[in-house]
Design a protein around this ligand. Structure first.
Ligand SMILES: [Zn+2]
Length: 261
């Protein structure tokens, strides 16, 4: 099953795997880099990736940091494909399952206010512009509302304030066909991505064996995660990188033409 999916991906997209280390563009983890390395990368790839995560209950079978782990790893793969620097994930989110109406999952979530999310995002964007970045990509692993819309709005507001820069806030499902991935909470899509990026952190045997999963009973929203597998996670991640990198390359070209060095 897994091999078939990966083979069909290669058949569709060719052998040039954007996530393979052979095709890697200049990139680094920002917090692990000295100034000379940062400036060398920024000269031609002034892109920064801000993985926005959460600490949130993700049912029995997934770690509470899933949104952060997912966004961080997807940002690293994006940086390999497009160049640039990856920030550490932000473990700060509003609108978690802890406060979702009609369900009772109060434990294992660290929840913040919407006003703090807005302030943190605005301050990060200002600081990243000050630090010399021309393209800011904010990938939100958490899709709660209005949390995600707050981050989207900051990108839109900054685009008006800084017309020579480029800003893009997205969730991974924004640029994937709905049959492959839709917004979900700890369901088939998120669990498959977690199995792809960090398989030892997932335990599918903790899911109910004798009935389908549900939001009320299990804190799971979306397709049944009992069918999750790393092959599907790989397929989702590869198509995400393929689609996102096309957009980021355009944003980089636009920013470089407006900021000639
Ligand atoms: Zn999640």
């Amino acid at each position: 099953m897994m091999k078939t999916r990966i083979q069909s991906f290669i058949a569709k997209h060719g052998n040039k795997d954007l996530m393979s280390d052979k095709n890697t563009k200049p990139w680094a983890l920002y917090h692990q880099s000295r100034p000379d390395k940062i400036e060398n990368i920024q000269r031609y790839y002034p892109i920064v990736y801000l993985p926005w995560g959460a600490l949130e209950y993700h049912s029995y079978h997934n770690p509470v940091g899933l949104d952060s782990i997912k966004a961080y790893n997807l940002c690293i793969d994006l940086a390999k494909a497009c160049g640039g620097l990856v920030l550490p994930p932000i473990y700060q989110a509003a609108n978690l399952i802890k406060s979702y109406p009609g369900v009772d999952f109060k434990k294992h979530s660290i929840e913040f206010s919407e006003s703090l999310i807005l302030q943190t995002c605005v301050e990060y964007f200002h600081q990243l512009i000050d630090a010399g970045f021309k393209v800011i990509v904010c990938l939100s692993g958490h899709a709660g509302e209005p949390h995600l819309n707050i981050l989207r709005q900051v990108s839109q507001d900054f685009a008006l304030l800084y017309p020579s820069h480029r800003f893009w806030t997205l969730a991974e499902f924004d640029i994937l066909p709905i049959h492959m991935l839709e917004a979900n909470h700890s369901a088939l899509g998120e669990t498959s991505l977690q199995l792809f990026y960090d398989p030892e952190s997932v335990d599918l045997s903790l899911l109910p064996q004798d009935r389908p999963t549900s939001l009320i009973e299990d804190g799971i929203s979306g397709l049944d995660p009992r069918h999750a597998n790393a092959g599907l996670g790989s397929e989702i991640a590869h198509l995400f990188i393929t689609n996102a990198s096309k957009i980021i390359n355009i944003l980089l070209d636009e920013a470089m033409s407006k900021n000639p060095s």
